[in-house]
Design a protein around this ligand. Structure first.
Ligand code: PMP
Length: 401
C-alpha cells in the first residue's frame, strides 16, 4: 500500500487540458482559442523580433556565463520592470518606496507576494474577482488565505458590475487583501474606466483594504504601456501601500522563460527595504534564485532606448491584430444574423473575449467543430486569424441559430 493511497483524483486543469486535446486532434480545420498566448496571423507562436535581437546581444555578451543571479534577481531587469509599471517620473520610485524582486513570471510573483503577506500582513482575508483567472484560487489558498470573491461581471449586460464591485468592497472585512487585475481582465476582457478606478480607490481606502495588483497583460489592453498601467499608478499616487505582480509572458512572448517581478510599495523607505529583504528570504526558501535567460532578454530590451521603442511598436502591432480580429468576428456574426448582440466582443479588451456562449454550445463547438474554447465561453482572440475567422464565425452561427 502506498503512503499516498488515499490521495483523490483531481480533474485536469480545464485550460491546459484544452491545449492537450487540441494538439491530439488531427482535424484539418481545428482552431485553438483556449490558451492565452499570442499567435501570429498564421496561428503560430511568435518570437518577437525585438526579443530575437536581445537574445543575440545576451548570447554574445563578452564574459557571459551561467552563474546564479542574486536572490533579488537581475538588476537591469527589475529596475526596468519597475519603471514601466510605475512610470518614467514616478514619485514612489524616486523616493525609494518600491522594492522590486525578480520572480517566476506572473504566477511566481503572485505566490511570492502571497507568501510575504501570509507572514507579515495582519489579515488572512483575500478577495478575488468573480470570475477570475482560475489559478488565483489555488495560489492564494496555498498560503493559507481565506478566499472571498468580489462581484465583477454582469452576465446580462455583458459588462462590469460596478455597483456590485463597490458593494463587495464595502462588505469585505476591513483590511482585506484585494487582488485587482491591473488591465485586460482575465477572463472577461472588461476593465473599470478611469472614473470608476478613482471611485474604487476611494472605497478601498475607506475600508483600509490592501491592493494586490496582478499585471499579466501590460501593453495588451490598449497597446500602450502607460495607459495600461493607469490603475497601478493611480493607486501609487494616492499613497496606497500595495503589491504588484508583473509578468512578461504575454507582452514579450517569454511565456516559458518565466520572467516576472514582484514590486512592494510601502509608505516609507525603511519599511520598503525590510519588507523587500523578508520577501527575498521567502524567495530564497522556495526557488533560491530565479532563471536568468528571460530576465537578461527583458532587461536588455528595457535598458536599451532603441530596443524599448521597437518593443512598444510591437505591442501596438500585437494588440492591433487582436483588435482587428475582434471586429472581424463581431462583423461576421452580425452579417450572418446570429441571434444576440455581439458588440461586447469589440468593447472588451486584451487577449480574451467573454463571448457569452453557453456551456452546452461550447461543448458542441469543441466536439463537433474542433474549435477549442474554455467552458465559460472565453475565447483567446489571439487564436483567430484570416484563415480561420470564417470557419469560427460560421460554426458559432450554426450552433447558436
Ligand atoms: N494573472 C493572470 C490574470 C493571468 O491571466 C496569467 C496568465 N494566464 C497570469 C497571472 C500568470 O501568467 P505567467 O505565470 O505565465 O506569467
Amino acid at each position: 500500500v502506498s503512503a499516498f493511497e488515499s490521495i483523490s483524483e483531481i480533474p485536469p486543469d480545464p485550460i491546459l487540458n484544452l491545449s492537450t486535446l487540441y494538439k491530439a486532434d488531427d482535424f484539418e480545420k481545428k482552431v485553438d482559442l483556449g490558451v492565452g498566448a499570442y499567435r501570429d496571423g498564421e496561428g503560430k507562436p511568435w518570437i518577437l523580433p525585438v526579443v530575437s535581437k536581445a537574445e543575440n546581444i545576451v548570447i554574445n555578451r563578452p564574459g557571459r556565463n551561467h552563474e546564479y543571479l542574486p536572490v533579488g534577481g537581475f538588476k537591469e531587469f527589475t529596475t526596468g520592470a519597475a519603471r514601466i509599471a510605475f512610470g518614467e517620473d514616478s514619485e514612489v520610485l524616486n523616493n525609494g518606496l518600491v522594492y522590486s524582486i525578480q520572480s517566476i513570471s506572473g504566477t511566481g510573483s503572485l505566490s511570492l507576494g502571497g507568501m510575504f503577506l501570509s507572514r507579515f500582513y495582519n489579515s488572512k482575508n483575500i478577495f478575488i474577482s468573480k470570475p477570475t483567472w482560475v489559478n488565483h484560487h489555488d495560489v492564494f489558498s496555498a498560503h493559507g488565505f481565506e478566499i472571498g470573491q468580489y462581484a465583477y461581471w454582469d452576465p446580462i449586460k455583458k459588462s462590469l458590475d460596478f455597483d456590485g464591485f463597490v458593494k463587495s468592497i464595502r462588505e469585505a472585512p476591513e483590511g482585506s487583501v484585494f487582488v485587482l487585475h491591473a488591465c485586460a481582465h482575465n477572463p472577461t476582457g472588461v476593465d473599470p474606466s478611469k472614473e470608476q478606478w478613482a471611485i474604487l480607490a476611494d472605497e478601498i481606502a475607506k475600508k483600509k483594504h490592501f491592493p494586490f495588483f496582478d499585471m499579466a497583460y501590460q501593453g495588451y489592453a490598449t497597446g500602450d504601456l502607460d495607459n495600461d498601467a493607469y490603475a497601478v499608478r493611480l493607486f501609487a499616487s494616492r499613497g496606497f501601500e500595495l503589491l504588484l505582480a508583473q509578468s512578461f509572458a504575454k507582452n514579450m512572448g517569454l511565456y516559458g522563460e518565466r520572467t516576472g517581478c514582484l514590486h512592494i510599495l510601502t509608505n516609507n523607505k525603511d519599511a520598503t527595504r525590510r519588507a523587500g529583504k523578508q520577501t527575498e528570504k521567502c524567495s530564497r526558501a522556495t526557488v533560491s534564485t530565479c532563471p536568468r535567460y528571460g530576465a537578461e532578454i527583458a532587461g536588455t530590451i528595457l535598458s536599451s532606448p532603441e530596443l524599448f521603442d521597437e518593443w512598444k511598436q510591437t505591442l501596438k502591432q500585437m494588440s492591433g491584430r487582436v483588435l482587428e480580429m475582434r471586429h472581424a468576428l463581431r462583423d461576421r456574426l452580425v452579417k450572418l444574423g446570429t441571434p444576440g448582440n455581439w458588440d461586447h466582443i469589440v468593447n472588451q479588451i486584451g487577449m480574451f473575449s467573454f463571448t457569452g456562449i453557453s456551456y452546452p454550445n461550447v461543448q458542441i463547438l469543441v466536439k463537433k467543430y474542433h474549435i477549442y474554447l474554455a467552458d465559460n465561453g472565453r475565447i483567446s482572440v489571439a487564436g483567430l486569424n484570416h484563415n480561420n475567422i470564417d470557419y469560427v464565425a460560421n460554426s458559432i452561427h450554426e450552433v447558436i441559430s
